[in-house]
Design a protein around this ligand. Sequence first.
Ligand SMILES: *Cc1c(COP(=O)(O)O)cnc(C)c1O
Length: 414
Amino acid sequence: MTTFADGPTTTTPADFIALDEQWSTHNYHPLPVVIAEAEGAWVTDVDGERYLDFLSGYSALNFGHRHPDLVAAAVEQLDRVTLTSRAFHHDQLGRFCHELAELTGTEMVLPMNSGAEAVESALKVARKWAYRVKGVPDGTAEIVVAGSNFHGRTTTIVSFSTDEDARADFGPFTPGFVTVEYGDARAIADAITDRTAAVLLEPIQGEAGVVVPPDGYLAEVRRLCDERGTLLIADEIQSGLARTGTVFALDHERVRADLYTLGKALGGGILPVSAVAGRADVLGVLRPGEHGSTFGGNPLACAVGRAVVRLLATGEFQQRSTALGAHLHARLGELVGHGLTEVRGRGLWAGVDIAPGGLSGRQASEALMSRGVLCKETHGSTLRIAPPLVITEAELDRGLDAIAEVVGRHTGVA
Ligand SMILES: *Cc1c(COP(=O)(O)O)cnc(C)c1O
């Protein structure tokens, strides 16, 4: 076994996995595949085996691996300037924020790095807005959130997670959050008080298993927020940027949020780029020194983010998601009753529940891997399917054939 630095003896997948297990923390349970290269919808492992990527880095790779326009934008910026800090202006920041605001129909952008940082930033902005604009007594603001949410991994964010694995041993927790059941507008109406700064929701809950709320729920939440003078924050980090066939998943309901959190695909699969985009009178509450990030809005991130916005502005990826998503859902729908109990989702994004008595999500992911398809369970027997939006219909069918085989085989319905 290799026990120290990468050398000529580290060649097999098992060697690399052993290195990972010895030297990196065990906060993930990856499939036993060791990726060395990738392009478009495909990855290649250290043995030269190719796999279709049906996960897309949880939607960070909406444009596939190494999209040529995104790589070109990154390389061009690498040759100019990569980091300035926000102590100085640079020639990419304003253009990135302007172009992202135009694409998203928003008025102002706060650039950050990871998704969790975008969510943290939105929470801070909402609290400050509540104190300075809404007039909530200092230190008493509340934020209404949904059960089974996933908004990231910081101490404040796990404070309002309902996933015990995400919380256990990480307290004490940040107060000021009120949790209601996802999909129940009445529960939100009951939870909003004079101290409520914001309602924070995923328009479709990704990590929970691609859970789509009932029709009319998001519009009703918007109406309640307007009526009660509360902000609506949409966490579109996973659902946004063409994944469901539109720029935002909220667009399907013709609903606008006051603040959107964006991340994942905003970095084009190249580097972490996140942002809060929204109303200028809300984001405008921040003054110098009150919030920031050394890397947030750096020139390289902005250049890649601008290239992402250019790809989205063509509408091509939204159209692909819509068309391929219809095909995906039609084919997955045929498996309900034949290995699957339920299929949820929108566009090229699905959560599927494997029938009781069938494989666990983990076992199904391993079986798919051995058939050259990479996807991942969310929890229990739910698989999340989110191929890159550059995938072809033939490639999609290849992956779907493997899924049909894997979930059908173990219920005797191949
Ligand atoms: C992934 C995700 C986050 C967290 O993003 P990180 O970049 O991992 O911090 C937040 N919200 C949603 C909805 C996500 O899917």
